[in-house]
Design a protein around this ligand. Structure first.
Ligand code: NAD
Length: 294
């Protein structure tokens, strides 16, 4: 297949459909990422975004079975609500309590979460290994939960989790409990208001991941760490935000001379690649997609 194939050339009676069910969703980069990969590899799939909220979700999930779709990505506000509608759940998705990828095997729907594996894979792409290391993470929503539980499952030794006392505080407590019960990682929860603890925990962490969304609209000019001296050179500072490409947090880390500073694009790309592999059995051409889209 040529790279510039148009829809009429590409889609035929055998094309297999994969969906993305979320609301709002029209801004998503996922359709371009997956369809470009299908063309590049000559795979007869098509990926389409559907505006599906909680109300439409049960019928939309049933449609995966009745239309013989290969599966779907799931995003807000459906990541938790979808769970009772599925037949099987991957063990990490069960711990995370959220699903972002569904695979349909002859009518049997299995839920996975690839945000955490995408995060870990994006570090591997940079030849960085955080197993056996200490991690500090802020945020315990969808992204923070997936990253923390996957990192602990994959061998991070110690984790300090910071959250504000908002609606996600209970979830932060749950994440720490789950990690301590199910993995060899020792996790501790701190109130983000305890700035002394935040500074202290960062000081001996190999990696800091901010999964709060502070740094993107409407908090574009904000960062949870504004003093470069809280960072040290040989650490990794990872912001899950990818718009803007350089967040305030990343600027502070760069000022501190931190060796490895990342936005969330690598995670976004690799969570897609993990889902792609689950549906097609093929490796997404990530370098090609990175160069083309990012
Ligand atoms: P969420 O709403 O589920 O969770 C937000 C978390 O941030 C919660 O723990 C909340 O307590 C905390 N928080 C909110 N406002 C805060 C503030 N002012 N100060 C400190 N903490 C605050 O959101 P989410 O879905 O987990 O997304 C978080 C970020 O991760 C977003 O920027 C999103 O774009 C990004 N994300 C990136 C990827 C990727 O592939 N790179 C994937 C998913 C999410």
């Amino acid at each position: 297949m040529a790279d510039n194939q148009n829809v009429a050339d590409r889609i035929d009676g055998h094309t297999i459909l994969i969906g993305l069910m979320a609301y709002p969703i029209r801004h998503s980069m996922s359709p371009t990422m997956h369809n470009t990969s299908f063309v590049k590899l000559g795979l007869n799939y098509a990926y389409l975004a559907f505006e599906v909220g909680n109300k439409e979700l049960p019928n939309a999930i049933q449609a995966i079975r009745s239309l013989g779709m290969r599966g779907s990505n799931i995003s807000m506000p459906n990541k938790q609500k979808v769970i009772p509608l599925l037949d099987k759940l991957d063990p990490v998705a069960k711990m995370v309590g959220a699903v972002n990828t569904i695979v349909n095997d002859n009518g049997v729907l299995t839920g996975y979460t690839t945000d955490g594996t995408g995060f870990m894979k994006s570090l591997e792409d940079e030849n960085l290994d955080i197993t056996g290391e200490k991690m500090t993470i802020s945020g315990a929503g969808g992204a923070g939960t997936a990253v923390a539980i996957q990192a602990a499952t994959d061998g991070v030794k110690e984790m300090s989790l910071f959250n504000i006392r908002d609606a996600e505080w209970e979830n932060a407590k749950r994440n720490v409990d789950i990690i301590n019960k199910n993995t060899d990682c020792k996790a501790t929860l701190y109130d983000l208001a305890d700035q002394d603890a935040f500074k202290r925990e960062l000081a001996d962490s190999r990696i800091y991941c901010d999964a709060t969304g502070v740094g993107m609209k409407p908090l574009e000019d904000k960062t949870l760490v504004s003093d470069p001296s809280w960072f040290h050179k040989d650490m990794i500072v990872y912001d899950t935000v990818y718009a803007p490409r350089t967040t305030k947090l990343m600027t502070v880390a760069q000022e501190a001379g931190v060796d490895h500073v990342f936005n969330g694009l690598g995670m976004m790309l690799e969570q897609g690649a993990e889902a792609f592999k689950l549906w097609t059995g093929e490796d997404m051409p990530v370098d090609y997609i990175r160069d083309l889209l990012f």
